[in-house]
Design a binder for this molecule. Structure first.
Ligand SMILES: C[S@@+](CC[C@H](N)C(=O)[O-])C[C@H]1O[C@@H](n2cnc3c(N)ncnc32)[C@H](O)[C@@H]1O
Length: 222
């Protein structure tokens, strides 16, 4: 269901420093801007819970949240502003992920996160799914050779669709779980939607795809 337009959203966005207004100005320089060696991007970050928590957990990486809905973007920025401590390893971009190649240089992103993307159940709307082949082609350009995509969802049908789309796109399935929160995963924050589904007792599906085959560099002999 669409959220009613928040009367304060536009004004809030205009003055929020954490939202980078010119999305193209740091193309190729995001890591330099954050002073980090690893760049994470969440597409469809919603109200920002995942990104805000992960940027606190992992101070060594840069964290960018992309969101096309100005209402939820404004809420995410306000949450950031209300935090007691303001990390400088986080930024938000307001806009559609279709423009990813205008904002990021080739191979610039190390980890791309898709958390509880809209399921778009009707077949004619499948092209809007963030794991549709057309998006996956865009991701291939901006993700580094050793990079990966991490996806979580409550939606079995979207999960099946995504597994096939990534396979057809030539990605390597590196990890998969049909009940990710069955075990404790302190390394990974719980997103806003994830918390809702966990409260309903629904299992969380998760998969990780690598751009190139995973090479085990652990040389220890058994
Ligand atoms: C169901 S919400 C999930 C929010 C958050 N990731 C979470 O797990 O709580 C999906 C979000 O993705 C955003 N979204 C969908 N398609 C997008 C696109 N092409 N570019 C940017 N954001 C998108 C929607 O506006 C919505 O806020």
């Amino acid at each position: 269901m669409r959220m009613r337009k928040l009367p304060w959203a536009e004004e809030y966005i205009a003055q929020a420093d954490v939202i980078i207004k010119d999305q193209t100005k740091n193309k190729g320089k995001w890591k330099q801007m954050f002073g980090c060696t690893s760049l994470h991007v969440e597409i469809g970050c919603g109200k920002g819970d995942y990104l805000l928590h992960m940027s606190e957990k992992d101070l060594e990486s840069g964290w960018i949240g992309i969101e096309k809905d100005s209402n939820v973007m404004a809420i995410a920025a306000r949450k950031y502003d209300q935090q007691e401590q303001h990390g400088c390893n986080i930024a938000f971009l307001l806009g559609d992920a279709l423009a990813l190649k205008e904002w990021f240089a080739q191979g610039e992103i190390d980890v791309l996160h898709l958390n509880f993307s809209d399921p778009w159940p009707k077949k004619r709307a499948h092209k809007k799914r963030l794991s549709h082949a057309s998006f996956i082609e865009i991701y291939r350009e901006v993700i580094s050779e050793t990079g990966e995509i991490q996806m979580k969802t409550d939606n079995a049908s979207l999960f099946e669709f995504s597994l096939l789309q990534f396979q057809e796109g030539g990605w390597y399935l590196h990890d998969i779980s049909v009940d990710f929160r069955r075990n404790v995963h302190d390394e990974d924050a719980i997103s806003e939607y994830e918390q809702r589904f966990m409260n309903l007792g629904q299992p969380i599906y998760r998969a990780v795809w690598k751009k190139t085959p995973y090479i085990n560099t652990d040389k220890k002999k058994r």
